[in-house]
Design a protein around this ligand. Structure first.
Ligand code: GLA
Length: 498
């Protein structure tokens, strides 16, 4: 439940706020400044009992913001300047706090539900990963600069909370079998880095593999799962991406190896999210959640292209990944998500591995379509570009709060493809507030007119259609909605009862 309490005074706003919206609440007219803070998704987070909790209340809006909260569970505090909620909750249970963000322009309150139990990733993880842009070209300095940039660009405040160090961070194991990072890349160790990342209100992820060697040939974790999990926990790691290069092809071994690592992570004193990465051949949607994974890759690596014409380990554009998801929506829910790989916005043809095999980049329309489609799929939103040099077009794509809210919807029901008509597809998912998110996808190479009918959505009568990207209402419609969709575009709308 989100309420906006108005502090802004008309005269102040006339001087400084530009456009002023007026809301009617009962008999009282209140002024809503468009610059007032809006609290970002997610509205529900999970943590294991007795483990460190970190959640940063992000906001969009102008000016500096101060934070407060009521009904936080025992053991947690909120930092009034940064919005970081930290501490440890010992008692399992579901706690709903109300957090308030206040700036010169207004004050917003929003419920935050903290579920202390055995499930993490109650909404799909969001963040940034090194691989698609930087591959092995990583270092302590890079990660720190990216953390700074995620704060400066507003990405953290929009909900992108994890920074994941992918392959090629590893050094050697010591005589006792404990792994350390490559000392040239991470001269001060990973703990120092984790502390830095946490101090910025972000979380740290790391990478390993269920075999002796990783995909890029570094040391994997097979046979060292307990030691590695303990090491990650000591360092303060919050997320593990666990790859499958060099492991046998059968499903049974995969289930065994992922379960061993999941159990090792759960036995630590941290809440460490577990992301399985076996790319789909062993149908992880059928078993990965039971094996203890919160997220599982459904596809081979994505390339920075719209359509690579084929689906294999070296070629996958946006729609090649999308096409793997038909029928997979049934396996998704809070704590368990299909992962069609990283968001490629921002690469602009200049990425590392993502630009292999002739992938030359996408148009902004195509990058925006990927965000729309991944939000419909309830997919992780893990970016992988040089955030330090983020351009405006990329940030406009990544920071749209209403698109992110669809992805992070607490109901956690992923979209189904409800219509396929040649190059035109309609995808729809129900949302927690009773509305529906609908994406009209035009895969054709020319603009096409598309219609979604209320029959197709099993709804009747007057409904409001809100264009999520423009954040404007398209109007009220009685039987359906028709619009023009650009080539390779997605018109993403939210349809609610009037
Ligand atoms: C595999 C994964 C990628 C990346 C690389 C690292 O290809 O699918 O996402 O982690 O390994 O080597």
């Amino acid at each position: 439940m989100r309420t906006i309490v108005i502090l802004a005074i008309i005269s102040v706003c006339l001087a400084g706020c530009g456009q002023v919206a007026v809301d009617q609440q009962g008999d009282e007219a209140v002024v809503v400044s468009p610059l007032a803070p809006v609290i970002s998704a997610p509205s529900v987070v999970g943590v294991y009992p007795g483990t460190p909790f970190l959640h940063t209340v992000g906001t969009t809006g102008a000016g500096s913001v101060s934070f407060s909260a009521v009904n936080l569970p025992d053991g947690l505090v909120i930092d009034s300047e940064s919005g970081m909620i930290t501490g440890v909750i010992d008692e399992a249970g579901e706690y709903t706090a109300t957090v308030t963000a206040t700036s010169f322009y207004g004050s917003t309150s929003s419920d935050l539900t903290i579920v202390v139990g055995d499930t993490l990733a109650l909404t799909p993880p969001m963040g940034w990963m090194t691989w698609n842009m930087f591959a092995g070209n990583i270092s302590e300095q890079l990660i720190m600069e990216i953390a700074d940039a995620m704060v400066a660009t507003g990405m953290r405040d929009a909900g992108y909370s994890y920074i994941v160090i992918d392959d090629l961070w590893q050094g050697k194991r010591n005589a006792n079998g404990y792994i350390g990072p490559d000392p040239k890349k991470f001269p001060n160790g990973i703990k120092v880095l984790a502390d830095y990342v946490h101090s910025k209100g972000l979380k740290l992820g790391i990478y390993s593999d269920a075999a002796p060697r990783t995909c890029a040939g570094a040391l994997g974790s097979l046979g060292y799962e307990d030691k590695d999990a303990d090491t990650y926990a000591d360092w303060g790691v919050d997320y593990l991406k666990y790859d499958y290069c060099g492991a046998p092809g059968d499903q049974e071994t995969a289930i065994k190896r992922y379960t061993v690592m999941a159990d090792a992570l759960k036995a630590t004193d941290r809440s460490i999210m577990f992301a399985a990465c076996e790319w789909g051949p062993r149908k992880p949607w059928l078993w990965a959640a039971d094996a203890g994974a919160n997220v599982w890759r459904t596809t081979w690596d994505i390339r920075d292209t719209w359509d690579h014409g084929q689906f294999d380990s070296g070629h996958n554009g946006i729609i090649n990944c999308l096409d793997r998801h038909i029928g997979l929506e049934q396996y998704v829910g809070p704590g368990r998500w299909n992962d069609p790989d990283m968001i490629i916005a921002g690469l602009n043809g200049k990425g590392g591995p993502s630009n292999a095999n002739g992938a030359k980049g996408c148009t902004d329309i195509e990058y925006r379509s990927q965000m729309s489609l991944w939000a419909l799929l309830a997919a992780p939103l893990i970016t992988s570009f040089d955030v330090r040099n983020a351009d405006e077009a990329t940030l406009e794509i990544l920071l749209n709060t209403e698109v992110i809210e669809i992805d992070q919807d607490p109901l956690g029901i992923a979209a189904s493809r409800i219509v396929k008509d040649g190059e035109l597809e309609t995808w729809a998912r129900p949302l927690a507030d009773g509305s529906k998110a609908v994406g009209l996808l035009n895969r054709d190479d020319k603009p096409r007119q598309m219609t979604v009918t209320w029959n197709q959505l099993n709804i009747e009568g007057n409904h409001t259609v809100r264009n999520v990207w423009t954040q404007k209402s398209e109007g009220v419609f009685e039987t359906g909605f028709t619009t023009q969709v650009p080539s390779h575009g997605v018109v993403l709308v939210k349809i609610s009862e009037k």
